[in-house]
Design a protein around this ligand. Structure first.
Ligand SMILES: [Fe+2]
Length: 241
C-alpha cells in the first residue's frame, strides 16, 4: 500500500506553496516516485489573508486525481486546509469555509512559532469541545514545545494529536527541530509524519527517507501506526487511540 501525505501545499497559486500547475506536476512526480499514493491538499487558511474557496480545493483535488491517473502517476487527492488558529477558526470550520482533512473530524491546526503554550492548549480545548480532533501541524516549529520537553504530554492528554515534518526528522531545518522530532518519536508522541511540501526543489514532497528512518529507529509496530494506520483512520474518519 502506498504512503499518505496529510499536509502539503501542492495546490498552485493559492498560498506560499506551488507557484504553477507545472510545478505541481513536478511535485506529483516526486511524490509518486517516493511511493505516495494519497494526498490531502492543505492550502493555508489564515485570518486576514485571501483564501481559496472550498469548492475550488475540492474541484482541484478531483481534477488532480483524474489527471494523475491519465499520466500514469496515479494518486488520489482529497481536500483540506492547514488552519492558523484564531478566535473564529471554529466558526469557519462549522460553516465549511475552512476545511477539515478529507471531510473527516480531523483538523490540521498551526500556530505562530512564538505563540505561548497556553494558546495551543486553549485551541485544543475549544476544538475538541466543538467536536473536532485537532492535529497540531509541525509541532517542532513552536518554541514553547521545543523548550519544554514535557508539553507534548499535555497536548495528547487534552485530545490533540501531533504531526511532524519529514524534513525536520531528517535534519533539513536545523539541529533543534531534528533533535526535538527524534525525542517525540522516541516517546511515541507523534501520530503523523507529513511532507509539508511547498516546492519541487527545496521542501519537495520527500517522505521515503524519513519513513525508512522511522522503521529502523522506532520498530515496525509504531512505524506502521503513524505512517499507515493513523492517516488511513483520518481518511475513514475513524478514531485514533
Ligand atoms: Fe504547511
Amino acid at each position: 500500500m502506498g504512503l499518505i501525505d496529510i499536509h502539503n501545499h501542492m495546490m498552485p497559486r493559492v498560498d506560499d506553496g506551488s507557484k504553477s500547475i507545472a510545478m505541481t506536476c513536478e511535485m506529483l512526480k516526486i511524490a509518486y516516485a517516493e511511493g505516495i499514493d494519497t494526498i490531502i491538499l492543505t492550502p493555508h487558511y489564515k485570518s486576514g489573508h485571501l483564501h481559496v474557496a472550498p469548492y475550488e480545493i475540492r474541484r482541484f483535488a478531483d481534477e488532480m486525481t483524474r489527471i494523475s491517473a491519465e499520466y500514469d502517476v496515479p494518486v488520489t487527492f482529497h481536500p483540506g486546509n492547514e488552519i492558523r488558529y484564531y478566535s473564529r477558526a471554529i466558526d469557519r470550520l462549522e460553516k465549511e469555509i475552512a476545511l477539515t482533512l478529507a471531510d473527516s473530524d480531523y483538523a490540521l491546526i498551526e500556530f505562530e512559532p512564538p505563540d505561548p503554550f497556553e494558546k495551543i492548549i486553549a485551541a485544543i480545548k475549544e476544538l475538541t469541545y466543538a467536536g473536532y480532533i485537532p492535529i497540531i501541524a509541525h509541532a517542532e516549529r513552536y518554541r514553547c514545545m521545543c523548550e519544554d520537553l514535557n508539553n507534548w504530554q499535555d497536548v495528547l492528554d487534552m485530545g490533540g494529536l501531533i504531526q511532524i515534518n519529514c524534513g525536520s526528522v531528517m535534519g533539513k531545518h536545523g539541529h533543534e527541530q531534528k533533535a526535538y522530532t527524534h525525542k517525540l518519536l522516541k516517546e511515541q508522541a507523534v501520530s503523523f509524519i507529513a511532507t509539508d511540501a511547498h516546492r519541487d526543489t527545496v521542501r519537495a514532497p520527500y517522505m521515503r527517507e524519513c519513513v525508512d528512518f522511522i522503521y529502523r529507529k522506532c520498530g515496525a509496530e509504531y512505524a506502521d501506526k503513524i505512517i499507515d494506520d493513523n492517516p488511513r483512520r483520518v481518511l475513514n474518519n475513524d478514531d485514533i487511540d
